[in-house]
Design a protein around this ligand. Structure first.
Ligand code: ATP
Length: 355
């Protein structure tokens, strides 16, 4: 089975072809990069309208060159969650493409796709999943035919919380990679000041004494980031060096995510953790989660970066699993849903999985 996936929930216009026989994924993406500030929904939608036809065309051309005119067996698209104006463009493109090619249409939940790509790439059987993305942050575990939300942010998504601080200090979007680089610079300086040896040891080498006192809010397996974003902004206004804030921001936010992940593993009895979402590209987050898993004898997997940030590869892979399970949708029922939660999705593909 070969599935063409289309993704465009917010910033990344992306198309992909997944070939289940060879387990290979071709991804073509075109990101929206705001000139200033964060993601503007209207500008993002204008970008989607221009970029989706182009990325789809690139993937289809490559697919037909390799497999001939019947290269695609199904078209899968992100139905949500995401920005309504972007989702509607992606939905329209997917419906018309499925009709033109005469193949089934599959509507995928974007957050379930972030999870499933980790399960697929790791080969794990029944992991807990931490989705650490821009607009979302939650823990998912499978129970009785659905991915249940074990814990989640009570306000902002983790990437959005970090980006809110970087916008405040005037850095361009996306802020996450810049915070990672600045935090590493601070840690290297702290390590060098401590032992006179420079940067060896990275962030782990800086100690608790180097941490600013920022809000750390965890309630069971839920958590909150709005207080820490505001406190980081206040610290910058008060003249604290921005690298120092970045270091403390990362350490606090990622410690919160690591704590709730450990609690989810403990409460479910699971011994596998997968990580998904754009913030999962951060080395320090992966390092903290890997150390926690190692300490409790659990396995940890984070897919390679092209499957972590928004991408159509994960939509095509989930689309193939759904199509193999007969989980296609008629066009009249294929409306997009900006608030589509992962626990609304009946998981049809795990029993007798063939993809
Ligand atoms: P969602 O998947 O919830 O719809 P999204 O559309 O914003 O989120 P993602 O690609 O999952 O997209 O994540 C983008 C976020 O990842 C941005 O907030 C960005 O700052 C953050 N990010 C990217 N790289 C890093 C990094 N190295 N460290 C921390 N955050 C990062």
């Amino acid at each position: 089975m070969r599935v063409l996936g289309i993704e465009g929930t917010a910033w990344c216009a992306s198309a992909a072809l997944y070939d289940a026989e060879t387990d290979s994924v071709l991804i073509e993406s075109d990101p929206y990069e705001p000139d200033s500030g964060g993601i503007h929904p209207r500008e993002a939608a204008e970008h989607m309208a221009e970029a989706i036809p182009e990325v789809v065309d690139r993937v289809l051309t490559a697919a037909e060159a390799e497999y001939g005119p019947d290269a695609v067996d199904a078209v899968a698209f992100s139905r949500g969650p995401g920005l309504g104006p972007c989702l509607r463009i992606v939905g329209t493109a997917a419906r018309s493409l499925a009709g033109t090619l005469g193949v089934p249409l599959v509507g995928a939940n974007h957050m379930v796709a972030h999870l499933e790509i980790g399960r697929h790439r790791s080969g794990f059987d029944n992991p807990v999943c931490l989705n650490a993305s821009g607009a979302n942050a939650h823990l998912l575990g499978y129970h009785d035919g659905r991915y249940r939300v074990l814990g989640e942010t009570m306000d902002a998504g983790v990437g959005n919380a970090i980006d809110k601080f970087t916008r405040h200090v005037g850095w361009s979007h996306p802020g996450g990679p810049k915070v990672e680089a600045a935090a590493a610079e601070f840690a290297a300086g702290a390590a060098g000041a401590g032992d006179g040896e420079g940067s060896a040891g990275g962030e782990a080498a800086a100690s608790a004494a180097d941490l600013l006192d920022l809000p750390y809010v965890v309630k069971g397996m839920d958590f909150s980031f709005s207080g820490i974003s505001s406190a980081a902004n206040d610290a910058a206004d008060g003249g604290v060096p921005v690298e120092e804030i970045c270091f403390s921001l990362q350490e606090h936010v990622f410690a919160m995510l690591t704590e709730v992940s450990e609690r989810a593993l403990s409460l479910t009895g699971a011994d596998e953790l997968v990580l998904g979402g754009g913030v999962a590209q951060n080395d320090r987050l992966r390092e903290m989660l890997a150390a926690m898993c190692e300490a409790r004898g659990a396995d940890f997997h984070a897919p390679e970066p092209r499957f972590l940030r928004d991408n159509a590869g994960m939509i095509a892979v989930l689309g193939a699993k759904m199509a193999a399970a007969g989980d296609a949708i008629p066009v009249p029922e294929s409306a997009v849903d900006p608030n589509f939660r992962p626990d609304q999705v009946p998981v049809t593909w795990r029993e007798g999985e063939s993809v």
